[in-house]
Design a protein around this ligand. Structure first.
Ligand code: BGC
Length: 757
């Protein structure tokens, strides 16, 4: 388990900062080497085995910090431990925050002190510091926090995602941290999974597009990263999002075809986009823990996908090959299996035991030193590409760009574009600004519910760390439409029944009741749930609101689709807000009162039943069949669904040919018209159906999408091009194949057929 709660005055800063000034820009390595590769080789030749093993070892910040004197103590590095880990074990990488988000000044002190300690080691190799900044730099007190990835996916706006990750990289680098453990490229096919919200949803194509945007945003282009960039880390390779039970880090059973069809494409796209690092799946697939699987970590990742960057383990996962998974009889054996499988760096993370075992294994002839060299080369190369050898210290020049207006505006835009209106019966929304509103529910006056896990703390639930100017939904609503019109029945717990009579009584003076349902923020193992239903206390609250006869609007602050079938029918409007972040409250209010016209589309299938979790790209045999299979595919809302305050009409879907051969391109076009009376954004989604194939085809597959914004009455013709890659699938021998035959392409309610010869 992770340690918690420690803070204390930092005494390292002053004198060390003076040292930093003299080192900045001096070039800690003055060798006149022409390229990064030759600099790496020159350095590698000087290294002892112990120094190499150190580069492959990553410790958590706790391992070099003082023990707290009291729970309120401020975090303090322990110079003795730091020296022993860096000089004694040549540790190459450190990660994580102490207990909760640091201030900008503290981050800079910590990173400066660590890098200064690294300059006292024999070879003065800088430390590679890594952090989770998965929806903005959320471990920074004044960092900009964005919606979680699931909400970003609902925007269907990769340019926006690229910008968000670029701004996140800038804030991360401004605190001296050059490595972000993001983006999550797991494909969310199991809604029970506690990390569903960290993903870009259930579709491989959407995840791939967003993943590439997140990587390019962080790394930019080019061999050496610019000083405001960070190395991205695509995680968690591979198949982590599909545990059979839905519980985090439990067994997954994934046939190779499915692995290649669903889970591989985002990683392939990320590697093709220049991805620098990957983190490995903590779980097991088909009985083999991924950390010990050479077929996946070397055969697939290296030999087939051509990944040349650094593969880091996840938290303690090499030790867990012994202590949890039981495929290794000892920790030493675990280290041997993981390194031989292909891991470059072990997130150990509390002790340097990995280092000791690795040295012993090489000395004992069980791991060739050449294997160690391979990993160390990759790690050193990364450090060179990040510019750490030239200047490992936080760049003062970036400091005042943290929390910039641009970043905050971008967070607001993302929250807005993510809002997904699932239901709006009889045009209940937008509400009149003259309406008297009763607001209730566990998310109504809560900051954690708007942000989710990974916000200031790991689980995101420490309200005291949230900036004072962040608003809850009730506060934002009172400011927007006037305090006298907004009544609030104080917060209930996430799963306990509040005083329902109060809701009944207070509803008498209101025109509409807004219930803000919310999941308790949580992630990883603390976030495991065993039931997908919206907690019964919250359903009961909605029923009580419905019993008043007043219109009911339900806002969902959720990490995943929680089943609400029983209460949906009598709820007039339902808004999925995901975890919208620091501008989430105002954004929800803007949607409810019509200052923002929603355009978000679900990046997942919203199930109707907890035991019927088929994704949108299921097989034809899972289609609803009224004669025999009443419970077959019948979701609450389909993938790609989302309403607007205007309406769009699709017309004239046409193809430039109805027969194509495999070397040709086919162009489909469709006209969209805004037939409502407000400006709005539509996301035109292109779905392909392969009608007959040697492997049962999915009923449809998303192949492309375009965002368009139209004024009332305006029309736009949108094109989509298909070629052999669009039409291929993973065939009988687990390779991509193209089979002639009949296909259909659909946009909105329209379809057109064609033949591949
Ligand atoms: C998570 C990773 C995360 C790492 C470092 C692990 O428990 O699975 O996603 O990057 O911790 O915090």
């Amino acid at each position: 388990m992770r340690l918690n709660k420690i803070r204390k005055t930092n005494r390292l800063a002053g004198s060390l900062l003076a040292g930093l000034l003299s080192l900045r820009g001096a070039g800690l390595f003055a060798e006149d080497l022409e390229s990064i590769d030759s600099r790496v080789e020159a350095l590698l030749r000087k290294m002892t085995l112990e120094e190499k093993a150190g580069q492959m070892t990553q410790l958590t910040l706790q391992a070099v910090s003082s023990q707290p004197e009291s729970v309120s103590s401020r975090h303090r590095l322990d110079p003795g431990k730091l020296e022993s880990m860096l000089s004694g074990y040549s540790i190459g990488s450190i990660l994580n925050v102490w207990d909760a988000a640091f201030t900008q000044e503290h981050w800079r002190e910590v990173i400066t002190a660590i890098q200064l300690a690294a300059t006292n080691t024999r070879l003065r190799i800088p430390v590679l510091y890594g952090i989770d900044a998965v929806h903005g730099h959320h471990y920074l007190r004044n960092g900009t926090v964005y919606p979680h990835n699931l909400g970003l996916a609902a925007t269907w706006n990769p340019d926006l995602v690229r910008k968000i990750y670029e701004l996140t990289a800038l804030e991360t680098r401004a605190t001296g941290i050059p490595w972000n453990f993001a983006p999550v490229l797991d494909v969310a096919r199991q809604p029970l999974w506690s990390r569903f919200f960290e993903t870009f949803g259930e579709d491989s194509y959407l995840v791939s597009v967003m993943g590439v945007a997140a990587i390019k945003g962080q790394q930019g282009e080019g061999e050496v990263l610019q000083h405001h960039r960070v190395a991205a880390c695509a995680k968690h390779f591979i198949g982590y999002g599909f545990p059979r039970s839905g519980k985090d880090r439990t067994p997954a059973w994934i046939p190779e075809r499915m692995l290649r069809d669903i889970f591989l494409p985002p990683f392939q796209a990320a590697i093709d986009a220049g991805l620098l690092t990957v983190m490995i799946n903590s779980g097991e697939i088909n009985g083999i823990p991924v950390h010990a699987n050479p077929k996946l970590l070397t055969g697939l990742l290296r030999d087939e996908l051509g990944f040349e960057g650094v593969a880091v383990s996840d938290w303690e996962d090499i030790i867990k090959l012994h202590s949890v998974h039981r495929v290794a009889e000892s920790e030493r054996d675990a280290v041997k299996q993981a390194v031989l499988a292909g891991i470059d760096m072990s997130m150990t993370p509390y002790t340097p035991s990995f280092h000791e075992h690795l040295v012993a294994l090489v000395r004992g002839g069980e791991i060739p030193e050449s294997r160690v060299d391979l990993s160390v080369r990759r790690i050193l190369k990364l450090k060179f590409r990040l510019g750490l050898f030239d200047d490992p210290f936080p760049d003062q020049g970036l400091a005042d760009r943290i929390g910039s207006l641009e970043a905050r505006e971008t967070s607001r835009t993302a929250a807005r574009e993510s809002m997904t209106l699932l239901k709006n019966e009889a045009g209940i929304l937008p509400l009149s600004k003259q309406a008297r509103v009763l607001v209730t529910g566990p998310g109504a006056d809560s900051l954690p519910a708007l942000h989710g896990a990974w916000t200031y703390t790991w689980q995101g639930n420490e309200e005291s760390f949230y900036p004072k100017d962040t608003k809850t939904i009730v506060q934002a609503m009172r400011e927007s439409i006037g305090a006298v019109q907004v009544d609030y029945v104080p917060r209930s717990g996430y799963s306990d029944v509040q005083d329902m009579n109060l809701v009944l009584e207070r509803s008498r003076n209101s025109d509409v009741i807004v219930v803000v349902a919310a999941e308790k923020p949580s992630v990883e193992q603390p976030g495991i749930i065993v039931d997908l239903d919206l907690p019964s206390a919250q359903q009961q609250l909605v029923r009580v609101a419905q019993s008043t006869g007043k219109p009911v609007v339900l806002v969902l602050l959720e990490d995943r689709p929680r089943i609400l079938r029983e209460i949906e029918r009598d709820t007039g409007a339902i808004l999925m807000a995901y975890r919208p972040g620091m501008f989430g409250a105002q954004t929800v209010v803007d949607v409810l009162f019509g200052d923002w016209n929603p355009s978000g589309k679900l990046p997942f299938t919203y199930p109707r039943y907890g035991a019927s979790l088929e994704p949108y790209d299921h097989k034809a045999s899972e289609r609803q069949d009224l004669a025999y299979a009443w419970t077959a595919f019948d979701p609450q809302w389909p993938f790609g669904h989302g309403l607007s305050y205007t309406r769009f009409e699709y017309r004239e879907l046409s193809l430039d040919k109805t027969v194509m051969n495999e070397d040709q391109e086919l162009t489909a076009s469709v006209t969209i018209k805004n037939i409502g009376n407000r400006r709005g954004t539509e996301i035109v989604q292109w779905y392909l159906s392969d009608l007959y194939a040697s492997i049962t085809p999915a009923v449809k597959k998303l192949k492309g999408f375009t965002r368009i914004e139209l004024d009332p009455g305006e029309t736009r013709r949108v094109e989509f091009k298909l070629d052999r890659t669009t039409l291929s699938f993973i065939g009988l021998d687990n390779r991509a194949v193209l089979e002639p035959g009949q296909f259909e392409i659909a946009a909105g309610p329209l379809k057109a057929g064609f033949i591949l010869k």
